[in-house]
Design a protein around this ligand. Structure first.
Ligand code: AMP
Length: 189
């Protein structure tokens, strides 16, 4: 099963995707983690990647794609995987579609986690991470609106989008996800 998570910063995407990966016993591929590893490298690529991330901007598609597709091709993802943070732009989604067709791996579902903006701001302000100061938060939400939100239409048009209400406890949200995923599993049989 291949499942994509989409959600603005603060929606709980990371928490829920790790739980779902454990539940389905498949790897969770987190583009943000892969890129943070690249930032540790003492290379020009590492320096450029860090510059984008620290400013709250998206990393250019070519850089992200090179890293994610290498990981997607590893044998542990053969039975399926949870994609957290990728794709984040329509061009990334188009390239992913092509890869999925070539590798005969259809997407089982795209889960779009929705949380109202005032709740997101409250959650993000409470995180206290170094990169979460107010300006960076604003920038990351803007980048989501500009680049990532259009993916909801993209996947809705393909009939794979499932909207998840992200309000409530993590258990409540995870129960909603499990229900949707079991329906998707059922409809594939
Ligand atoms: P995350 O941990 O998912 O919030 O990602 C942290 C940061 O990594 C984002 O703010 C982006 O700068 C970068 N990033 C992660 N995934 C992508 C992606 N698919 N495309 C572009 N940039 C990304």
């Amino acid at each position: 099963m291949r499942i994509v998570f989409i959600g603005p910063p603060g929606a709980g995407k990371g928490t829920q995707s790790v739980r779902l990966a454990e539940y389905l016993q498949i790897p969770q591929l987190v583009s943000g983690d892969m890129l943070r590893e690249v930032c540790q490298q003492q290379t020009e690529l590492g320096r450029q990647t860090a510059e984008h991330m620290q400013a709250g901007r998206l990393v250019p598609d070519e850089i992200v794609q090179a890293i994610v597709f290498q990981r997607l091709g590893e044998p542990d993802s053969e039975p399926g995987c949870i994609l957290d943070g990728f794709p984040r732009t329509v061009p990334q989604a188009a390239v992913l579609d092509q890869w999925l067709v070539e590798n005969r791996h259809p997407l089982a579902a795209v889960l779009g986690i929705q949380v109202p903006e005032d709740e997101l701001l409250e959650r993000l302000a409470g995180r206290g991470r170094q990169d979460d100061d107010r300006e960076i938060i604003r920038q990351r939400l803007q980048q989501y609106d500009k680049w990532t939100r259009p993916l909801l239409d993209y996947y809705s048009n393909r009939g794979v989008l499932q909207i998840i209400d992200g309000l409530g406890t993590t258990d409540e949200v995870f129960d909603r996800i499990k229900k949707i995923v079991s329906k998707c599993q059922g409809s594939r049989q």
